[in-house]
Design a protein around this ligand. Sequence first.
Ligand SMILES: *Cc1c(COP(=O)(O)O)cnc(C)c1O
Length: 271
Amino acid sequence: MIPDTTGMKCEIVQQKSHRCGYEAQMLLTGAKIVWVETREQMEAAINDRTAMMFFLNLADPRGQIKREEFVKIGKARGVPTFMDAAADVPPASHLSDYVKMGFDLVAFSGGKGLLGPQASGLLLGNKEMIEWGMPCISPHGGIGRGMKVGKEEIMGLLAAVERYLKVDHDAEFRLLESKIKYIMDVLAKVPGVKTEQFVPEIANHLPHMRVDWDPAQHKLTGEQVSKQLLEGDPAIMLPASQNGVTISVWMMRGDEHRLVAARLRDILAKA
Ligand SMILES: *Cc1c(COP(=O)(O)O)cnc(C)c1O
């Protein structure tokens, strides 16, 4: 039984450019990761110990082996392909796109774009392979027990997926843009502050905004502003850059964006 992999296939092949800090979750199963860069290296790394090929969807642009080629190699060599697409809805079509493309297993977070429970996720694709995973998780005592997803999360995620499949995504997108517009209008009144909306290409494909300030006019770094926001009440957490911060509004409820705008304005106006 894993993590004891005696007698089992126990190697995972992953492109180096597809590392993202979640490798420990693979190693926990007792597997060993073999890192490759080129197609030749990948072909050479696959052998009769290879259990799986791992693909990080977000890393597609920076890897030498792209999605379709990756799936082809897996099929030709008889190795299951797994895709981590944790943060990659919206668009909703991603829930089926990659399975249709031929990935055997595709995983999504329940608590990101789907807005479901944080401690839940979706594993989609090959039914038989998903069933192989069942003995590993609750109510059984396999290795997944330590990451138990409770009944409450399971039903919560089901409700989140049902909502997600019928919601008006364009209207949600416009609502997020209107929240960003509100924050931009508030910050426009602080001299030396620039704002810009952006939408990440793959992961978290939703409206975000960047706030940058002129360090000559506002003598605080991004880290310092971020720290002040975190130490305030309520605590607000924004990722910092050199002289700026990034704001994502899609987890904000009700009027929370107004609070963020006001706090950021006050801190920058004083700096
Ligand atoms: C968020 C994320 C995870 C972890 O997913 P959780 O559902 O938060 O546990 C794994 N991989 C990637 C690429 C992620 O963005």
